[in-house]
Design a binder for this molecule. Structure first.
Ligand code: ATP
Length: 285
C-alpha cells in the first residue's frame, strides 16, 4: 500500500498591513509572508475503506472535521469524486494557535499530498484555489517561498526570498484567536502603516539591515496591549540583541531575526529564562 510524506512549514509575516474592512466582513490586507524551517510532518496512506482517518501525537488538537487537514482531505475527495480512503498521521511540531499558520500549512500539505497519492495531477494554481475555500492563508502555504499577499490573503505574487538569517521564535503559553484580534482591531486607529514597497526593495537588494528596519504588523498593538507577556518577549528579544523583532500574524508568537550566529545563543538563553516554547530556525529560502 503506498505511503507518502509531506512537510508543512510554518510561516512568518515580515509585513502585515490591513487596508480596510470589507462589506463581506473580511479585512483587505497586504502581507509579505515567508516560510521558516519549523514544520509539521504528514504521513498519508491509502485505506482499504472509503474513510478519512486522522491521528496525531499532539493531544490538544481536534482530529475530526474541525481539523483543517481533515477538511482539506474531504474537500479534494468530494470535489474530484475520489472514492478512496486515507489515513493521515500528523506529527505536530508547530505550536497551535500561535500566528504561524500551522493549521493552514497542514491543510496545504494534505491537498498537495493527496494530489500525489490519488494521481489527480492538479496544477498548483488549482490547489491554491481549492485551498482558498478553507482559509485565506492556505494558498500561500501551498505555493511556499516568499510572497506578497493581497485581498483577504489569497491573491499571491511570488517575490524575492529574504536574505538568509537566524529566526528565533518565542510563543508565550497563551492561545490567541485570530478572529478575536481582528474583532478588536480598528483600522482608523493605526498611526503608521508599514511600507510594502520598502520591504520589497530591501528583499530585492538582499539587505538584511533594511529588511529588519522594514518589519511591520498593524495587529501587533492589539495583541501587545491585551497580553503583557507578548510585550515582555518582544522587549527581551530587543534587549538581548535581535536585529529585527516582530509579532507574527495575530500572535502571540514573536520572532527575532539575527544575522550573526554568535548572537543567537544570547537571545535564546534570555528568552528561555521565562518562556518554554522557544525555537531557533533558519529562513526557508
Ligand atoms: P493563523 O496564523 O493562520 O491564524 P494559527 O497559527 O494562529 O493560524 P493554528 O495553529 O492554525 O493557528 O490553529 C488555530 C485553531 O485551529 C486551533 O484552535 C486548533 O484547534 C484549530 N485547528 C484545526 N486544524 C488544526 C491543525 N491541523 N493544526 C493545528 N490547529 C488546528
Amino acid at each position: 500500500m503506498s505511503k507518502i510524506y509531506e512537510k508543512a512549514p510554518a510561516k512568518i509575516n515580515l509585513v502585515l498591513d490591513v487596508l480596510r474592512k470589507r462589506e463581506d466582513g473580511f479585512h483587505e490586507v497586504e502581507m509579505i509572508m515567508t516560510m521558516v524551517d519549523l514544520a509539521d510532518r504528514l504521513e498519508m496512506e491509502e485505506l482499504p475503506r472509503d474513510q478519512i482517518v486522522l491521528s496525531s501525537q499532539a493531544g490538544f488538537i481536534p482530529l475530526d472535521e474541525k481539523n483543517l487537514a481533515f477538511q482539506a482531505a474531504r474537500l479534494i475527495k468530494e470535489r474530484y469524486g475520489v472514492r478512496r480512503g486515507v489515513y493521515i498521521h500528523l506529527d505536530k511540531q508547530i505550536p497551535v494557535a500561535a500566528g504561524l499558520a500551522g493549521g493552514s500549512s497542514d491543510a496545504a500539505a494534505t491537498l498537495k499530498g493527496l494530489n500525489r497519492l490519488w494521481n489527480l495531477e492538479l496544477p498548483t494554481e488549482e490547489l491554491e484555489t481549492l485551498g482558498a475555500e478553507l482559509g485565506s492563508d492556505i494558498p500561500f502555504c501551498i505555493r511556499g517561498g516568499t510572497a506578497l499577499a493581497r485581498g483577504r490573503g489569497e491573491r499571491l505574487e511570488s517575490i524575492s526570498p529574504p536574505p538568509q538569517c537566524w529566526v528565533v521564535l518565542a510563543k508565550p503559553p497563551i492561545n490567541v484567536s485570530t478572529a478575536d484580534v481582528y474583532g478588536k482591531f480598528r483600522v482608523h486607529e493605526v498611526k503608521e502603516h508599514p511600507s510594502i514597497p520598502r520591504m520589497l526593495d530591501a528583499l530585492s537588494r538582499q539587505s538584511f539591515p533594511d529588511m529588519c528596519a522594514s518589519l511591520g504588523n498593524v495587529l501587533e498593538n492589539v495583541t501587545l496591549n491585551r497580553y503583557p507577556e507578548v510585550r515582555q518577549i518582544k522587549d527581551c528579544m530587543i534587549k538581548s540583541g535581535a536585529d529585527g523583532v516582530l509579532m507574527s500574524g495575530s500572535g502571540p508568537t514573536v520572532f527575532g531575526l539575527v544575522s550573526k550566529e554568535m548572537k543567537v545563543a544570547r537571545v535564546y538563553n534570555a528568552l528561555r529564562g521565562f518562556c518554554k516554547d522557544v525555537y531557533v530556525v533558519r529562513m526557508l529560502t
